[in-house]
Ligand binder design. Structure first.
Ligand code: NAD
Length: 365
């Protein structure tokens, strides 16, 4: 019998709606195994700005530091769009959280059930068995975090530059995550870079090659240039199984993967680092792939599955509860595949509400 201690950051828009559903599902799944939850709800994003004048209030950070994991909703919305970019909820809350907790690896399963192929913009005959791949993105290095500046050239025109930089240690630690993920799946991994043009990619490829040779000799390692990877993902996503790449390439490819997998309402993610929690497991931040969906917020119709599946990932990585995670994942799959669907994945079926979707998952637990 264990008590799982984590922080809940619902955020804005549909965040609190889908979070409520996820917590109820988690409660039922854990109770079934005799476990209980001990979580604190804190303000973040627009809610943080409204309550404390800051997207990431100090009290929220302190509570996160005293916890074993963060279950995150999503942040932002029209109400805060007038703010300067540096104060916008996403930039001022999510990026610092990744930095503070050194969350360098983003793991996003690209899962599309065969019964949901209609939700994908790809032709169903190309993905008759759905999609089941994993994207791993380096999250705290590369061009987003390198030196940047804007200056005036001698001829008077403005110029700007951003710097992409990677150290061997940063490449090795993401290679380790990719290797472990591949070992737990099909022992196949594709490293994506632009080694025909970029120095960072040449180092990336060399480091990855040596790291896999030494630590994951059983894993079949392939390489692909990022421009080709973008095409291959749209042509035949299942050729990948597990792929991993640097920050900016991963930002773009993970969104491409999200769209071919149908609705953002189904896709979860885990951001992990090397920090260990009080259980000696990985501290992590778990969140849906989508945003705050202002167009449907407050209507009670958002798809809670991505948030529920993010909670399942939290049970797996930060609490070592693989069985509970798998039971939640199975319950979501069963509910969706038996025809219980929110509007984003309904396709001719009468859509259900967030609450009904949640209840269908609970019923199957
Ligand atoms: P979005 O992901 O919020 O919405 C895109 C589309 O997907 C919308 O039509 C929305 O209704 C739909 N959608 C998303 N999640 C859904 C769900 N669970 N169920 C059903 N439909 C869902 O992207 P956007 O409209 O570009 O951004 C809206 C706000 O969210 C912006 O302020 C943006 O900055 C923020 N955002 C936050 C995060 C984050 O917190 N990690 C990520 C992306 C966007």
């Amino acid at each position: 019998m264990s008590t799982f201690k984590f922080v809940v950051l619902p955020g804005d828009g549909i965040g609190p709606e889908v979070m409520k559903a996820a917590l109820e599902v988690l409660e039922v799944a854990c109770k079934k195994h005799g476990h209980s939850l001990d979580y604190k709800v804190c303000a973040v994003g627009g809610a943080g700005i409204d309550e404390f004048g800051k997207a990431l209030p100090d009290s929220t950070v302190e509570t996160c530091k005293a916890s074993d994991a963060i279950l995150f909703g999503s942040v932002g919305g029209p109400k805060w769009e007038h703010l300067p970019p540096a104060e916008q909820p996403e930039r001022a809350a999510l990026l610092p959280l990744r930095k503070i907790f050194k969350l360098f690896a983003n793991i996003r399963p690209g899962l599309l059930y065969p019964q949901l192929t209609d939700a994908s913009p790809l032709k169903s005959e190309r993905i008759p068995d759905g999609i089941d791949i994993v994207c791993i993105r380096e999250l705290t290095g590369g061009i987003y975090f390198g030196e940047k500046k804007t200056w005036t050239e001698p001829d008077g025109q403005l110029a700007a530059c951003d710097t992409m930089m990677y150290r061997v240690s940063e490449i090795e630690r993401i290679a380790e995550v990719a290797g472990n993920t591949a070992m737990a799946r099909g022992k196949k991994v594709c490293s994506i870079d632009k080694a025909n043009v970029l120095e960072t990619s040449v180092l990336w490829r060399k480091t990855v090659t040596e790291y896999f040779k030494k630590h994951f000799p059983e894993v079949e390692l392939k390489y692909m240039y990022v421009d080709n990877a973008a095409m291959q993902l749209a042509r035949d996503p299942n050729q990948f199984d597990v792929f991993f790449t640097e920050n900016m390439f991963g930002d773009i490819l993970s969104d491409e993967m999200a769209v071919i997998c149908g609705s953002l309402g189904m896709l979860c993610s885990a951001s992990l680092g090397d920090i260990k929690n009080s259980l000696g497991l990985k501290f992590g931040l778990y969140e849906p792939a989508g945003g705050t969906a202002p167009d449907i917020a407050g209507k009670g119709i958002a798809n809670p599955c991505a948030q529920i599946l993010s909670a399942a990932l939290m049970m797996r990585y930060s609490f070592g509860q693989d069985e509970i995670a798998a039971e939640i994942e199975r319950a979501v799959r069963d509910a969706v595949c038996s025809g219980v669907r929110t509007g984003d994945i309904a396709f001719g079926i009468e859509p259900v509400s967030t609450d009904q979707m949640k209840q269908a998952v609970i019923d199957r637990l």
